[in-house]
Design a protein around this ligand. Sequence first.
Ligand code: GLU
Length: 397
Amino acid sequence: MTGWAVSEGLPEARNGFAAGSVVTPESRFSPAACARLVVKIGSSLLIDGAGAVRQDWLASVVADIAARRAAGQQIVVVSSGAIALGARRLQLARGGRASLEDAQAAAAVGQVALSAVWSRLLSDAGLTMAQVLLTLGDLEDRRRYLNVAATLDRLLALGAVPVLNENDTVATSEIRFGDNDRLAARAAQAAGAGGVILLSDVDGLYTANPARDASAALVPLVKAVTPEIEAMADGGSGSGLGTGGMAAKLAAARIAGAAGIHLAIADGRGMHPLAAFGASGRGTVFPGGDGARAKKAWLAGRLTVAGTLTIDAGAAAALRRGSSLLAAGVTAVEGRFARGDVVALVTGEGVHVGRGLAGYDAGDAVAIRGLRNEAQAAVLGYAPRAAMVHADHLVLL
Ligand code: GLU
């Protein structure tokens, strides 16, 4: 199920790297090249040795975010630090990671403090923070994934800066990511982002652990995460504050790559780390694969669809221009499908226009077919979604 959020039929500047751009370490995830960017910040960067937030440093990150926003880039932040901050307040041993219960309690306390800092600093920079706490299930379950995707899309369209973290207080071991590197890669898919920058306390992937091996060299570009590349990574967090480590970053690069999203590991330790990465390009870049093709193959290649939406000529023309399918353009609904199932989009003459993930269960789709947005709420009993099939989740055949 990779590649959902990599859109086709939309202006490329919206979801990915601009057309024709060659991804090299020099591409630097600039606003011109990457319209939507996820920035992940690890606990060891955010929190100092005494367990307090590095406010001046974080203000410099926020200034970088504001500069990218002003240049037209939409930013989603994934911020760690809840457990480390809460552990300090509750005076828990081992940074709050001695037991799952400790980590959950620490996160409940620390997330409030973390949010408060982000909210204040973003607001000082004229930006509005939106807190989004996610569990693994929110991004694995197809319906919930679509809900998260729609919410992030709306928040970004409204100009807010979503600040994500795992909902560690309710995420137990079976249902948690455990590290924010993979969460950032999955969230990038959901957000339709073109790139992810993992700001870290190292400046990239080295051929061996640089702390132990003086001959270790930085690897600037990784085209595929092969067993040789994996052998270069240590497990675990170098600082002991986070959970990530290089192995989790490589796992994130795999997830992002399969979805056509570019990922970089860059040094976050200095002031203005995003500006520094933009200027130098120093780090390790993992260019994304052809996620658009993977998604198209996945959607187009399915032998069965759960249902069929018959659409009028106006809707078919709009889809070909890259628009979402609105209920108003649907003339008939067939099949028993649930929200998130694959449905065929067919004209009244029987021409197969495309396929996509249904935004509504069949029952609701029947109820609102042909209706304009204003008329839908009264029929549904809840506020309607943006589309019957969102452009991010459909392919034309
Ligand atoms: N979600 C954890 C926190 O906020 C951090 C996970 C990680 O270290 O990647 O403390």
